[in-house]
Ligand binder design. Structure first.
Ligand code: SAH
Length: 343
């Protein structure tokens, strides 16, 4: 099988091309693949024709295939992408007036088992490679003519999977996406979201090049968090708060906490006050997400007034926003990625 090049950093590319090729060739290919979003070696016009043919004989660019595209009435697009081994994964594009956000997956399925999330029902099939993570961004950017340098494009690792349980590939993908000579995304425009894998948060903090960090809090007490997110039986709320306190934020950076509101479960004013107590001393924002319902999900969406009341309370302590659901009609919204057909 030809060796895929997307997912390689410059040093990997030099090695793959072999010592007989001058180093600047690797650089040209690196720039063409990431900054240039090339999908075919033929398009790399800085290379001599013979080299393009030779590359094509031994390597592939390595982008995923589009298996299907689902178009929402609100402009959101959900891509079902097929990987080399035939497995499929989802990527979502959310265009807005001021910005475009690509939501990418880090694993096929997810091992975390949150009780309100449809991806949990898949279980974990496997982790994605760095190339498969970067490939989702390259493909969707190219399909929609999105430029990384226009200040509009944001990428969030909030699709299928728990990124911090695939940290090595996620950080490698981040280095490629954030390298000014690579894809060239600003570090303010790349966010990774975790269910709260405490030791991996410390590890991420030690990476010199890394995305911004979002943490799925989703409950205001240890007991309710353990019930909703069984993985947190291992990673306690108290330890999560401690790792957040010592997390080395960059001068421009804040933590983001996500909180899924489930009717009658974690959406009371008392919950909101406990969230305030947990977060008041952190440099952070809160994003509230009213549950996106799904078949097999045993929870309901709270009424808009409940959401507003929760927000009012949290907002007294930290900036708090309500995230608008996107692509609900095509199963593209938070917690709905399950390769479901529909529309
Ligand atoms: N595993 C990571 C990455 C997934 S991000 C994490 O847990 O952060 C997905 C976000 O959607 C999480 O904040 C999660 O809490 C939220 N979510 C999951 N299911 C949802 C649902 N049914 N409705 C609304 N939000 C949901």
């Amino acid at each position: 099988m030809p060796q895929p090049l997307v997912g390689m950093e410059l040093s990997d590319l030099r090695e793959a091309l072999g010592p007989e090729r001058p180093g600047y060739r690797a650089k040209q290919i690196y720039e063409a693949l990431y900054r240039g979003q090339a999908s075919d070696f033929v398009q790399i016009s800085t290379l001599p024709a013979a080299m393009r043919a030779d590359l094509a004989a031994h390597h592939s660019v390595g982008l995923p295939e589009i298996a299907r595209v689902y178009q929402s009435t609100d402009g959101t697009r959900r891509y079902l992408l097929q990987l080399d081994d035939g497995k499929t994964v989802e990527t979502v594009l959310m265009p807005e007036s001021e910005r475009d956000t690509i939501c990418i997956s880090s694993q096929v399925g997810c091992p975390v088992d949150c009780k309100f999330c449809m991806t949990a029902l898949l279980g974990l099939e496997r982790s994605l490679t760095a190339g498969e993570i970067v490939g989702q961004v390259l493909l969707v950017a190219r399909e929609n003519q999105l430029r990384q340098d226009g200040g509009r494009l944001n990428v969030v690792m909030m699709g299928q999977g728990e990124p911090l349980l695939n940290l090595e590939n996620v950080t490698k993908a981040a280095r490629i996406l954030l390298d000014p000579e690579g894809f060239g995304l600003s570090p303010r425009r790349l966010t990774v979201s975790t269910a709260g894998i405490v030791p991996k948060i410390d590890e991420l903090g030690r990476e010199p090049v890394r995305p911004k960090l979002a943490i799925s809090l989703n409950a205001s007490t240890e007991e309710s968090r353990q019930e909703l997110m069984p993985i947190t039986r291992k990673y306690h709320l108290k330890d999560l708060m401690e790792v957040c306190r010592r997390y080395p934020l960059r001068p421009w950076e804040k933590l983001t906490f996500e909180y899924v509101l489930l009717k009658g479960v974690n959406d009371s004013d008392a919950d909101a006050r406990r969230v305030v107590r947990l977060l008041a001393h952190l440099n952070c924002n809160v994003n509230l997400i009213a549950l996106n319902p799904g078949p097999e999900i045993p929870y309901e969406t709270p009424a808009a007034e409940r959401v507003a009341s929760f927000q009012q309370i949290v907002r007294r302590a930290v900036p708090c926003f309500v995230r608008k659901p996107r692509g609900l009609d095509i199963y593209a919204a938070c917690g709905q990625l399950k390769r479901a057909s529909g529309n």
